[in-house]
Design a protein around this ligand. Structure first.
Ligand code: ATP
Length: 393
C-alpha cells in the first residue's frame, strides 16, 4: 500500500482539500491519510480539535479510500519532525503532502532537515507562488529531499477565508455536510454580538454594505498578501460606517465636553473632533469635513469598546483618505469602494488591478473618488486633496 499523508488543521475542511485528496488517489496512491493537527505551532487555531475532527469526518463521508488519523490530535505532538516517524511506523510506505506555501516556508519549521529525510514530499501549487515554490524545491532537493510537484493546481482558497465568510453568514467552498455542521453548531459566531449591536444603529442597507465591505476586506487581505491581522481587518470593515446612524449622534452629543487642550484621541463629540481636524488644515483648505468617519472612530471606541488604534485610524480616514496611510487604512478605504454591491463604471477594472498590485489599486480608487467629487462640483476636503497630491501627482 502506498499512502499519501495529508496534514492540516481543517478549520474547516474545504472543497479544495477534498479535490487534492481525490487527485492523489487518481494519481496512484492507494489511500490518503487525512492527518488532523492538534495545536500547530505556526497558527493559532481557535476551533476545538474535536470539532475540527467532526467536520473532517463529515467532509470525507463516503470516501472509502480517505482515512482520518487523529494521532497528532491525541498526542499533542506539534511538529512534523516528531509526528511523521510515528505515522510512518503505523502505515509503512508514506509520502507527506503539503501545499506550496508550506514548502516555501519549510525553513521556518522545526528541524526541516529531519522532516525531508523521513519520507518524500508531494506538493500542490498554491496561488501564484510557482517561482518561489520551484526555488524552494531546488533548495531542499540539494539537501537530499525527494519532492514531487503535482500537476493539479487547486483553486486559491483557504480555510481562513471560509471562516470569515461564515462569520458573515456565508457558507461557501465547503462540502454541504460541513456547511450544515457549521450552521447547526453556530461555529464562527464570534462577531454575532457586535453585528447585532451594529444592526440596531444603522439602516438595513448600511448594515448590508458593512457586511459586504467585511467580505471584500478579508479577501483583499488574503489575495493581496497583506498579512494584516484578520480580526482587525474584519472589525474595522464591519464598523467603518458605524458613524452613519443618527442615534449615535444623539449619544455623542450628550457626552462630556473636554478641556480645550485635549488631544485628538480624547475628544469625544463629533463637533470637537471635526473642529480639531479642521484646525490642522492649511489656511486655504476648502471642503466640508466628512463627519461620519470621525464619528465612526468615536463610536467604535465608546460604544463598541474598540481600543486598537490601527482599527480606529482605518475607520477615521476611510472616507477622505489622507497622505501616508497604513496598509490597514488603505485596505478599508478600498474595500468600501470595491465591495460587491458597488457597480459604478470601471469598478471591475479596479477590482482586477488591486489584486495584481495593491498600491496601484489603492491609488486608482483614490483617483476615481477624487475625480467623482470634482465632477460633481463638490469641494474637496483638505485631507483628500492632500492624499491625491501624495499618491497620484
Ligand atoms: P488556513 O487558511 O486556516 O491557514 P488552509 O486552507 O491552509 O488553512 P489547512 O487545513 O491548514 O488549510 O491545509 C492543509 C494543507 O492543505 C496545507 O498543507 C495547505 O498548504 C494545503 N492547502 C490548503 N488549501 C490549499 C489550496 N487552495 N491550494 C493548495 N494547497 C492548499
Amino acid at each position: 500500500m502506498k499512502y499519501a499523508v495529508f496534514g492540516g488543521t481543517f478549520d474547516p475542511p474545504h472543497t479544495e482539500h477534498l479535490s487534492m485528496m481525490r487527485h492523489l488517489l487518481d494519481c496512484g496512491y492507494d489511500r490518503v491519510i487525512a492527518l488532523i493537527s492538534g495545536n500547530p505551532p505556526h497558527k493559532s487555531c481557535g476551533t476545538d480539535g474535536e470539532v475540527r475532527l467532526a467536520m473532517l469526518k463529515a467532509a470525507i463521508a463516503g470516501e472509502e479510500r480517505i482515512v482520518v488519523d487523529d494521532t497528532e490530535l491525541r498526542t499533542q505532538l506539534r511538529y512534523s519532525a516528531d509526528i511523521l516517524p510515528i505515522i510512518k511506523e503505523k502505515y509503512g510506505d508514506i509520502d507527506y503532502v503539503i501545499g506550496g506555501d508550506s514548502l516555501i516556508n519549510l525553513h521556518k519549521w522545526s528541524r526541516p532537515e529531519r522532516v525531508i529525510k523521513i519520507c518524500p514530499l508531494t506538493v500542490f501549487i498554491r496561488g501564484d507562488d510557482y517561482n518561489r515554490l520551484i526555488d524552494a524545491k531546488r533548495y531542499w532537493e540539494d539537501r537530499g529531499a525527494k519532492i514531487t510537484v503535482m500537476d493539479y493546481t487547486p483553486r486559491d482558497i483557504s480555510s481562513t477565508l471560509i471562516r470569515y465568510a461564515a462569520m458573515l453568514g456565508i457558507y461557501r467552498d465547503v462540502p454541504e455536510k460541513v456547511a450544515d455542521y457549521i450552521a447547526c453548531n453556530r461555529l464562527y459566531d464570534k462577531y454575532d454580538a457586535i453585528k447585532s449591536e451594529l444592526r440596531l444603529h444603522v439602516k438595513p442597507a448600511r448594515y448590508e454594505h458593512s457586511l459586504r465591505t467585511c467580505e471584500c476586506a478579508v479577501e483583499l487581505n488574503y489575495y493581496c498578501k497583506l498579512n494584516l491581522d484578520y480580526d482587525k481587518v474584519f472589525t474595522a470593515a464591519l464598523l467603518h460606517d458605524c458613524g452613519k446612524g443618527s442615534s449615535q449622534f444623539d449619544i455623542l452629543k450628550s457626552m462630556r465636553p473636554l478641556a480645550p487642550d485635549a488631544d485628538f484621541e480624547d475628544r469625544q463629540t463629533v463637533e470637537q473632533v471635526v473642529e480639531y481636524d479642521r484646525s490642522l488644515a492649511p489656511s486655504d483648505a476648502v471642503g466640508k469635513p466628512v463627519e461620519h468617519q470621525f464619528a465612526g472612530a468615536i463610536i467604535a471606541k465608546e460604544l463598541f469598546g474598540i481600543e486598537d488604534e490601527q482599527i480606529l485610524d482605518a475607520i477615521r480616514y476611510h472616507c477622505t483618505a489622507k497622505p501616508d496611510m497604513s496598509d490597514m487604512e488603505k485596505l478599508i478605504y478600498c474595500a468600501d469602494a470595491l465591495e460587491s454591491g458597488r457597480n459604478y463604471d470601471g469598478v471591475e477594472d479596479l477590482r482586477a488591478l488591486i489584486k495584481r498590485d495593491f498600491n496601484a489599486g489603492f491609488a486608482a480608487c483614490l483617483d476615481r473618488a477624487y475625480s467623482h467629487v470634482a465632477a460633481k462640483g463638490g469641494k474637496m476636503y483638505y485631507l483628500t486633496e492632500q492624499a491625491q497630491q501624495y499618491y497620484n501627482k
